[in-house]
Design a protein around this ligand. Sequence first.
Ligand code: SF4
Ligand code: SF4
Length: 458
Amino acid sequence: MRRVLDEYRAISDEVLKPHEKRVPRFLEAMKKSLDSRANWTFWLPYVLSLDTCMKCGTCAEVCPVYLSSGRREIYHPAVRADALRKIYRRYFTLAGRLFPWLVGGEELTEEKLDALVEGSYRCTVCRRCAYVCPVAIDNGLLIREARKILDAIDIAPDELREKGTRKQLEMGNATGTPTPAFMDIVEFLAEEIQDTRGYKIEIPVDKRGAEYLVMHNAGDYLAFAETVMGAAEIFHAAGVDWTLNSPATGINDVVNYGVFFSDVEFEKVLRAQVKTCIDLKIRTLVVGECGHAFEAFKYLMMRLIPEEERPFEVKSILELIDQWIREGRIKVDPRKNPEPVTYHDACKLGRLGGLYEEPRRILKACCMDFREMQPNREMSYCCGGGSGFAIMTKGDFLKFRMETYGKIKARQVEETGAGIVALACSNCKGQFREIINYYKLPVRFAGISELVANALVL
Ligand code: SF4
Ligand code: SF4
């Protein structure tokens, strides 16, 4: 394996195309990214973050990958983002074009571009660093912008693009599950509920005009089915008008990997998801246990699609469950979950989504012994599954995930003494599955819906 940054590789040479002349195309794409009319997402914080950094190092002391790597310089948030800043100063400022050495500008070479690509996939864009920067620099955002520029010149992980957004648009979901197989899975899950709980529930699919459309991360149907079953039991117990949807209706997968690397891919997926909701005439889209999907629908959608073109509400499944428990619409008995439980704040639900109290209220209502991980909430450490990493395993990338982010998280979980880690994000579940195996932790993880369903009193 050719070394381009460190001992790991997130992007293969097949995608990187090191023998092509990519620098002129990169500079052209970066020029476009600096135009506010061509960059609708976060143009202002992007250019501000490019312009200012005092090199105080505050961000480094909270970055999980930098800390767990033994403070390796290449993982320092400001140093990593500087790869983009140096290009900006050299090529896109007047001083840089005239006197590059005065402003810290640097000539971009093909080798430096290789390193920039890999560096862009060493940060999960968890934004913990942005929380502490005294001048509000967002190095995570710069990494996302770098990924967008790279995508514009056709460099993006195939797990996220070819096997992610493009497959989702073609098949209706990123797992490529066709409608007949999807219907079989739903039938199987209903039977499973009957076998384990002893009662039969109907799981509605493709019902038009329903009050709630519950859209899960498609990976949950295959890898974390307890989450899907738990949600079905909760909606049944609440006695509300709800439905799942199959790929026959359009998109039946709440993920949008474009959030991680491309506004272009993001927009295509989002518009297809919105069209599906409109066609089904649903009143509320319930985002299943998926962190980045919540960010996409709750915050990014409003910047792209006017309110009158999206005639439905969006709610996280956590918001609804919390509301229903408080209203007494569903009843739960915490004695049904006697084991100590801790909760991991997914970055996209917490720091980027503001959902801190909802999962805690739910868990305290449904479990006998809830224990906080330290630190938590705003200062929670990313588990290392974010920004697409949970499905990136090429070469020894899984080892990178475990030896950096995973190491901190494993220690945090152990310190709680809990037997169950409650999770509300599919990518976190993928990462925790590996962390538990890698560090042989004596715990299991469970989706919040699964724990709530287990505590239901019918
Ligand atoms: S905390 Fe902010 S100003 Fe300080 S090094 Fe990090 S990005 Fe730069
Ligand atoms: S976004 Fe997270 S992983 Fe990336 S540099 Fe900041 S703290 Fe580190």
